[in-house]
Design a protein around this ligand. Structure first.
Ligand code: FES
Length: 167
């Protein structure tokens, strides 16, 4: 079954007719050619496909494009430009928060959303008291970033980058 879907991606309204089985990940990559969002496992286990939808991060491989009709989607391409990096992108560069770089777009989208979750008081398994600034701790960030795998093992530097931006 094909269906028209309209959503906002990186500030631009896009409308396409898609097979209703098309994941948001495939929609971004195949229809819009936004290949910054990566396909790792395609099963919700690696986080490489993370993008920000209406302010919250999701695994785009687990969400159908048509389920996101009307949503505001931000991918790595929408966070910054080579001339003007997003602060989280700049921090990943500064702290060498990657090796091969395949997981990096997902890591960065996730990290940006994590700081939003903490700001908005959304609890995690580590702590439910987010009223105090110290809640932005290494363990808090590690827990929230646990859905983003890095096969190169750059975790320490990824954490440094996020803690740098978190302040
Ligand atoms: Fe979506 Fe791995 S590609 S979680």
């Amino acid at each position: 079954v094909r269906q028209r879907v309209s959503l906002e991606v990186n500030g631009e309204t896009v409308e396409r007719e898609v097979d209703t089985r098309t994941t948001l990940l495939d929609f971004l990559r195949e229809e819009l050619h936004l290949t910054g969002t990566k396909k790792g496992c395609d099963h919700g286990q690696c986080g490489a496909c993370t993008a920000i939808v209406d302010g919250r991060r999701i695994n785009t491989c687990l969400s159908l494009a048509v389920m996101n009709a009307g949503a505001k989607v931000t991918t790595i391409e929408g966070l910054g430009t080579p001339e003007k990096l997003h602060p989280m992108q700049a921090a990943f560069v500064k702290h060498d928060g990657f090796q091969c770089g395949y997981c990096t777009p997902g890591q960065i989208c996730s990290a940006v959303a994590v700081l939003g979750e903490i700001r908005d008081g959304i609890p995690s398994h580590v702590t439910t008291d987010l009223t105090a600034r110290p809640a932005i701790s290494g363990s808090e960030i590690r827990e929230r970033m646990s859905g983003n795998l890095c096969r190169c093992g750059a975790y320490a530097n990824i954490l440094d980058a996020i803690e740098d931006v978190a302040g």
